[in-house]
Design a protein around this ligand. Sequence first.
Ligand code: NAI
Length: 326
Amino acid sequence: MKIAFFDTKPYDIASFDKIKDTANISIKYFETKLSLDTCALAKGAEAVCVFVNDTVNAAVIDKLSELDVKIIALRCAGFNNVDLDRARERQIAVLHVPAYSPYAVAEHAMALLLCSVRRIHKAYIRSKDFNFSLTGLAGFDLHGKTVGVIGTGRIGRAFIDLCRGFGMNILAYDKFPNKSLDVTYTDTDTIFQDSDIISLHCPLTEETYHIINEKTLDMMKKGVIIVNTSRGALIDTNALIESIKDRRVGAACLDVYEEESDVFFRDNSGHIMDDDTLARLISMPNVIVTSHQAFLTEEALNNIAETTVENIIEFSTKGSCKNNLA
Ligand code: NAI
């Protein structure tokens, strides 16, 4: 079994090389992302392995089909970058890793929230410069605050558990509420109106695209903190920036960004930032941006590698796989 591996990072090689020999697969690693221009690199491979910002649209799938690729193995949970209908038409399996560590993402969401609320990002820089002044660092207690959680799947539930530990009140919204979950479900309007903190844990779909927009931002409490570790396009970034400038949104903690695919996962430090929207966001003292790293723990990386390889082996030996989306 030959796999063409796109958008490779050193941590991918470390986790996949650990298991590839025992699984009897050969992996060719490419630094470049999968796109129409790079598809040809998959020649001779039965499977391509891709991540969140690879392009897997209809044109790319057609090309992969011409190359006789049978499997698109996502080494992530989200699949909004894949044209599943076209994959079905072309009879290419789309395998994903539904769960690898919800704790990794939930803990990162909480880390961003704590960092923002207690101004750790500011204090860290100050103390590096021996500036021990406390002016401007006043935060607030999370205890007793209301957090609105949108999406109560694996990650949302893990995040709710963490919030409970902090003594927060929880409001939840999910299109498909989980009846066994001990939480107060409500509608999105109530979440927007009553929450001190809103954390997004739903997938990106046509319905959830820009779920945070000018209208919904207007409904929110003054000073609300928005946490997004899910997908960038859940938020209309320009509307968010306007609300921060108007001092209505108190802070934003973002691990994802709607135009992230051109900038995240690489070192842009020696370049002029072309993306003015991202530059504006990053310039704001109450915005924390991390580069889609919520998943990045040792446990998650090992689980991702194991499940991705198991998926590929299961499909190639049985012709079906429980994690096939297509
Ligand atoms: P999950 O599938 O376990 O849960 C998603 C929940 O969202 C489900 O309960 C589902 O019913 C709900 N949902 C679906 N449509 C909805 C809608 N229109 N409105 C509200 N809720 C809706 O997924 P999981 O594992 O909890 O992941 C959630 C999201 O986190 C993923 O879709 C992905 O975008 C993101 N993610 C981000 C990572 C990162 O590194 N930043 C890593 C892994 C996932």
